[in-house]
Design a binder for this molecule. Structure first.
Ligand code: NDP
Length: 264
């Protein structure tokens, strides 16, 4: 997919920034929304290295950009830039008002509800990076019961202490008794599975990988073989884009067209 270095970016309306950025599906999703509603707006993918975040954002604002989506590894820098937010990370910025929101968390909670996994259910979270942090806070506040595992246990302990999320840390990723296992590690990006004891999963357990690929990720292949329901990160990606679209443009997002754009 086409993308630009921030110093060479064309003038535009909206963009996603991150590093790397070539893989991002956001231009496809937002362009599909503009097309469906007949909006004359542009959406670019722009590479911004972490250490150049503030310069790049000022430069893009001067070029006329109104809003930015922010992806790895810039979401924490985005929260510092906007100076607000309770999740430690923002993924949607309005440049004019210097404000931002996190649409990953409500999008994630919506996708759980869409699968009929409602507050009160028990979830097993895998990972302790920036995404796990935001989603753990969101799920805890929404009233889910939380089990958690991370390859490096101390990182998860620090995360829970920092955030005040009450979760039981497991010595290994054992899904016994859980309604869903959420893979918030970056293993799928590297084409790797995560060591989950799928043999202990209940029969309608949902294996939910926040990562995605054109085919099932290794995490989902193993879950599928064990008889679990599977869901990848595309519906969440589309929902976080729809919520960003609605925040910027104050119009209902055409979710059907947006979802179709990532299923092609
Ligand atoms: P980070 O780099 O911040 O976190 C990485 C985490 O993954 C760490 O906990 C790390 O463990 C763990 N990890 C990495 N490799 C492995 C492995 N091989 N086995 C086990 N654990 C591993 O990533 P993010 O939190 O930013 O992103 C996590 C995932 O969420 C990504 O796949 C990203 O694409 C996805 N995502 C999807 C979204 C969507 O809309 N669908 C939105 C946002 C994120 P350790 O601490 O031991 O190093």
């Amino acid at each position: 997919m086409s993308w630009h270095e921030w110093r060479e970016a064309p003038a535009g309306d909206y963009a996603v920034i991150g590093d790397p950025i070539s893989h991002s599906l956001s231009p496809r999703i937002h362009s599909a929304a503009y097309q469906a509603l007949g909006l004359n707006l542009s959406y670019q993918a722009i590479r911004v290295p972490l250490e150049e975040f503030n310069h790049a954002v000022e430069h893009l604002k001067a070029l006329g950009y109104k809003g930015l989506n922010v992806t790895v590894p810039l979401k924490e820098a985005a929260q510092n830039w906007a100076g607000e937010g309770k999740y430690g990370a923002l993924n949607t910025l309005c440049l004019h008002s210097r404000t931002g929101i996190n649409t990953d968390v409500p999008a994630f909670l919506q996708t759980l509800r869409d699968q009929e996994i409602n507050p009160g259910s028990k979830l097993l979270f895998l990972g302790a990076g920036g995404t796990a942090r935001a989603l753990l806070i969101g799920a805890f506040e929404a009233g889910y019961e939380i089990l958690a595992w991370n390859r490096t246990r101390s990182k998860l302990e620090d995360l829970l202490t920092d955030t005040g999320v009450a979760a039981e840390i497991l010595p290994d990723a054992d899904p016994a008794g859980t309604a869903a296992v959420i893979n918030a590690t970056s293993a799928s990006i590297s084409g790797l599975a995560v060591p989950v004891r799928w043999e202990n999963a209940v029969s309608n357990c949902l294996a939910y990988d926040l990562g995605y690929a054109s085919d099932l990720t290794p995490f989902l292949v193993q879950a599928n073989e064990a008889g679990c329901r599977v869901l990848d990160g595309k519906p969440m990606l589309v929902e976080q884009a729809a919520l960003a679209f609605e925040w910027w443009l104050k119009k209902t997002a055409p979710r059907g067209a947006m979802l179709t754009s990532v299923e092609l």
